[in-house]
Design a binder for this molecule. Structure first.
Ligand code: ATP
Length: 211
């Protein structure tokens, strides 16, 4: 299966775009969902987090995600520790899911694909892009955050320019969501064609003059 890594800054529209591929019957594997399952009660990663941060990191037996976010955004060392715990497990969890899928291509939604050296995990990088002021507006509205909180999140992510430079394909989600469908149709055709190419035998090898 051709692996399409779908990434983009917070609030740019990754989920919105992934849903459009899912409507076409294309499997979507979401790194955020895998990450959430990793810290469910009883999972070894949750035990490691409790051992590090103490039982106050739990609320009614479940991970207090807001509290953990607060701690790691304020302390780079803790953030590095948490990332080194979770990121390899997220990629491993995604790999296991992909192994069960049968489709010409799949969409792997990985918000921090480029920040976590995930380039080799995917065949192509698809970036959902929008201008920063639009992005800020959407995040503030959806998550009820103030400007300073949005600043902190954006500072922890790659810049828009760096992300675009790493893209094989770009979807622009600056305007009306209706404009996404046409772009997704075009990419769907491209990825189907590319997935076929990758299954065709190499003519140089099969048609070679070997006497
Ligand atoms: P996150 O990084 O937080 O997971 P995301 O990249 O998956 O976010 P979405 O959740 O798809 O982004 O979109 C962010 C918010 O912006 C949502 O509330 C969504 O409904 C809204 N949104 C997405 N695209 C558009 C658009 N073209 N016009 C207006 N609102 C939009």
């Amino acid at each position: 299966m051709l692996r399409i890594g779908l990434t983009g800054g917070i609030g740019c529209g990754k989920t919105t775009v992934a849903d459009l591929f899912a409507v076409k019957g294309i499997p979507v594997v979401d790194a955020d969902l895998v990450a959430r399952e990793l810290v469910e009660p009883g999972q070894p990663a949750l035990s490691a987090i409790v051992a590090r941060f103490g039982p106050d990191i739990l609320s009614a037996g479940r991970l207090d995600r807001a509290r953990l976010r607060q701690i790691v955004f304020a302390d780079p060392e803790q953030r590095l520790w948490l990332e080194s715990l979770l990121h390899p497990r997220v990629y491993e969890g995604m790999r296991q899911r992909i192994a069960t899928l049968a489709a010409p291509y799949g969409i792997l939604v990985i918000p921090l694909l480029l920040e976590t050296q995930g380039r080799d995990f995917v065949d192509r990088v698809l970036v959902v892009d929008c201008p920063e002021d639009v992005q800020r507006g959407r995040v503030k509205t959806r998550d009820h955050l103030d400007e300073a909180a949005v600043d902190r999140i954006l500072a922890a992510q790659l810049s828009r320019a760096a992300r675009l430079a790493a893209a094989d394909e770009v979807i622009s989600n600056a305007a009306d969501p209706d404009e996404l469908a046409v772009q997704v149709d075009r990419l769907h055709r491209l990825y189907l064609a590319l997935s076929q190419d990758s299954h065709e035998p190499d003519v140089l090898l099969t048609n070679g003059n070997d006497g």
